[in-house]
Design a protein around this ligand. Structure first.
Ligand code: MCN
Length: 789
């Protein structure tokens, strides 16, 4: 039965996506097969840096089932441009061309050198092994500081340096503030590199359609619309001849916000061979060839008065680009550039990023992208300031919070945030955790000499997301816009079709966008079909990343639905023979004021609009409206996360025993989906704080190249999370919504590490690198006790 339409925003409507997923009916790119399909295998470099003397494909070409094989040089003429890099953050950035296959040099382990095409996947994989590449290994640099030192091996000779760019931003008089401040704390943090591990590795299938002279590219991506533009730029095939489809996508977390070599290769080879070409990434390839995340060295400073009142923020940050610049590699840190002040007041703000090339897999967006790094820096350093001035970390936060506001207000970094009450979320998180009880238990264990110590850590964060407005993105030299689009059609039978420009890959847009339309048009959520992920069906869109889908795309959906209501009102007034002003509208029904039985519903009006037998003069037939929305501001979720850990002083093992997350994401469309997003995000952040770390040896070999040695958390390691919420409507859009997709990952890592330090603070531990592995924690305990490590 159709659900009651009004009040549908704010209710936990069951996910419309689930039946297909849980019954195994959903089709991912890997599930797709088309007649005549060939398989592609990619030959990858075992070296992090080497000259390619030659690529011998002859043995591979002799193997059964092999149809073709090509080196980077063989395909050089197929490209009209390199892989897309869309964010040249400064005018003088060093931006090396990045081709789908290396031609003369490889620059990171896993760099593609050649491809083989075969009748089956197994034949392609065997043939990859048979390709003989003659390499001359070159000196390697993996460490950012070493890469900037004189005489370091150069990743790109033509630049004469491994410095990619330096970008800086200030607000207020930073030098003076720091020179005159009675207290300055300075901390150094290493934000370790991470490997995104979506459940579904990447996959591509490209089918040429000879009758039309066009190509269909199915790809496991977050950004089909952007991939389409990039394919045209890279291959010269006109956009009108390329259709990109993202079928079901099994997670991305930023790693599929990318244009990958394999997408360009599948398209170019389908064109060359006139046959469909498919490639599916193995998990090992995922570790080497899907972009990595994070990897910064931060120097973070706070200037304050003797009481701990913050006066200024200053950060100097080195960011590892890896070997090439991918779609937003240089811009990723800038997404956090305004958040090194967190949700605190202050008069001066200065930030500088230096991008550095190394012989490692390129980095790019990973859930939170720039904002978890900023939040980590400020939330750790606020604790350091509390230690310095002898205050409780709780107190230092409260005295520095920005004042509560339901209006937009400026923050120290110079942007305008939209609304919030920072102390209120903090109070609620402390209540959920049972703060006083935890502190009592902490003291009791310490007093009893227990080897399992408790620690409490805070993270009171401010996020900026909903990436748009286009004019700010342009000021930051980002190459694309930030708008999004939706088309809403009410069909003659009253069913509704909504074409959206965002591309969900686990975020439930089908459900939540149905809720918005159900609320607007008074139809049941099950009477609405949401169509996405296909550039032919939803030609206008900017896709899904930066927690933008609801705050930008969802608002476009709402606007298109409102246009339907406006047009339907005209037709209703005409049919009921009253003025438009004489109509009430509620839950999909127009009724004459004072005569409620004289009424017309949206489905009935859709039928009238379709027959067009008696429309008001000048009215076009049909109820079919499109809206394109480019917001005036970002949206600014915030909240307070409190983590309780238990640290085993004998083994150094850390276990999260309690976790409370109280977030304000504005108006909530679907509470259950929001809770799911927060929970998943927090778990991802706990893993970042305690387990995950990509480690290279000095030869540039990735030592953590599989799930056997790259620790991904299992359910058994995770706590249950207490969730709370405040709902302060965003002032940036008429739905009042803020994003939620990244909040948990942005907030949680400093809460966890602050908790570990808190557990050991009475021993003199003040510093902890991340991830806080048992070895690091054990060494910190031994070091603090003055014992040998
Ligand atoms: N929502 C809501 N009310 C709000 C805010 C959001 O009901 N006030 C709903 C939205 O309507 C949407 C979902 O919550 O259904 C997430 O919305 P939003 O915050 O707009 O984020 P996006 O849909 O743009 O998703 C992107 C974000 C990012 S950037 C990463 S990375 C991420 C994430 O979402 N990757 C994910 N969540 C993920 N979840 C899954 N399962 N898989 C991923 O790869």
């Amino acid at each position: 039965m159709a659900q009651v339409a009004h009040r549908v925003i704010g209710s936990s409507v069951p996910r419309k996506e689930d039946p297909e997923l849980v019954t195994g009916q959903a089709r991912y790119t890997e599930d797709l097969a088309v007649p005549g399909m060939l398989w592609m295998g990619v030959v990858r470099s075992p070296f992090a840096h080497a000259k390619i003397n030659g690529v011998d494909l002859s043995a591979a070409l002799q193997m059964p089932g092999v149809v073709a094989a090509f080196s980077g040089q063989d395909l050089a003429e197929d490209w009209t441009g390199p892989l897309l890099m869309a964010w040249p953050v400064t005018e003088d950035i060093n931006n090396p061309p990045h081709w789908p296959l290396a031609k003369d040099k490889v620059r990171h382990q896993g760099d593609g050198v050649a491809v083989v095409i075969a009748e089956t996947r197994a034949a392609a994989e065997d043939a990859v092994e048979a390709v003989d590449v003659d390499y001359d290994p070159l000196p390697v640099v993996v460490d950012m500081e070493a890469a900037l030192a004189d005489g370091a091996p150069l990743v790109h000779d033509e630049f004469g340096t491994n410095r990619c760019y330096t970008w800086a931003h200030t607000n207020g008089d930073v030098e003076k503030t720091f020179a005159e401040a009675p207290v300055v704390v300075k901390e150094r943090y290493v934000i370790q590199r991470q490997v995104p591990n979506a459940i579904e590795p990447r996959a591509v299938l490209c089918q040429p359609n000879p009758s039309m002279g066009d190509f269909t590219l199915w790809t496991s991506t977050q950004i089909p619309h952007i991939v389409k533009v990039a394919m045209t730029l890279g291959t010269g095939i006109p956009e009108s001849k390329i259709r990109v489809i993202a079928p079901k996508v099994g997670g991305g977390f930023g790693s599929k916000l990318q244009v990958y070599a394999e997408e360009m290769l599948a398209l170019a080879l389908a064109k060359r061979l006139g046959r469909p070409v498919k490639w599916v990434e193995t998990r090992s390839e995922n570790y080497l060839a899907t972009h990595h995340g994070r990897d910064q060295i931060q120097e973070m400073e706070l200037a304050a008065d003797e009481d701990g009142k913050i006066l200024g923020f200053r950060a100097k940050i080195m960011v590892n680009m890896g070997a090439y610049l991918m779609i937003i590699t240089p811009g990723t840190p800038l997404l956090g550039a305004w958040l090194y002040c967190g949700c605190y007041g202050g008069q001066a703000y200065g930030i500088e990023f230096t991008g550095v090339f190394t012989n490692t897999t390129p980095t790019d967006a990973y859930r939170g992208a720039g904002r978890p790094e900023a939040t980590y820096a400020i939330e750790r350093t606020v604790d350091a300031l509390a230690r310095r001035v002898g205050k409780d970390p709780q107190e230092i936060r409260r005295m520095n919070f920005l004042p509560p506001s339901t209006e937009s207000f400026p923050i120290p970094s110079g942007l305008t945030a939209d609304s919030g009450d920072y102390a209120a979320t903090f109070d609620e998180a402390l209540r959920l955790i049972g703060y006083d009880r935890v502190r009592k238990e902490q003291r009791a264990r310490r007093d009893a000499g227990d080897t399992k110590l408790l620690g409490v850590g805070f993270s009171t964060y401010l996020e900026m997301c909903g990436l748009a407005p286009s004019r700010i993105l342009s000021a930051l030299r980002y190459a694309a816009g930030g708008w999004d689009a939706a088309r809403v059609r009410v069909l003659p039978t009253g069913k509704v079709v909504v074409n959206i420009g965002t591309t969900p890959h686990g975020q439930s847009h089908v459900t939540t966008f149905s809720q918005i339309v159900a609320e607007d048009l008074g139809v049941g959520v099950d009477d609405i079909e949401v169509v996405w992920g296909d550039t032919e069906m939803s030609p206008l869109g900017m896709d899904t990343y930066g927690s933008r889908s609801l705050a930008v795309g969802g608002v476009a959906v709402h606007r298109a639905a409102q246009r339907i209501v406006e047009k339907a009102r005209k037709i209703a007034a005409h049919e009921l023979e009253v003025a438009e002003d004489d109509l009430d509208y509620e839950a999909g029904t127009f009724s004459v004021k004072g005569a409620p039985d004289k009424a017309k519903t949206i489905p009935a009006l859709a039928f009238s609009a379709w027959t067009a037998h008696d429309l008001p003069d000048g009215t076009e037939p049909g109820l079919d409206e499109t809206a394109v929305y480019d917001p005036e501001n970002f949206v600014w979720p915030y909240g307070a996360h409190v983590c309780v850990v238990e640290v085993d002083t004998e083994t150094g093992e850390v276990r999260v025993v309690q976790y409370a997350a109280v977030d304000d994401v504005g108006t909530v469309i679907n509470p259950q989906i929001v809770d799911g997003q927060v929970t998943g995000g927090v778990i991802q952040g706990i893993a970042e704080a305690l387990y995950e770390e990509a480690v290279y040896d000095e030869n540039g070999t990735l030592m953590t190249s599989s799930m056997a040695n790259y620790a991904i958390p299992a359910a058994s390691e995770m706590p249950s999370i207490s969730l709370g919420r405040l709902e302060t409507p965003s002032t940036s859009n008429e739905l009042g919504v803020k994003g939620v997709g990244e909040t948990g990952t942005i907030a949680s890592p400093p809460a966890v590490v602050n908790a570990v330090i808190d557990a050991l603070s009475h021993l003199g531990v003040t510093q902890m690198d991340r991830p806080a592995t048992p070895e690091r924690v054990w060494k910190a305990i031994r070091g603090a006790k003055g014992g040998a490590t």
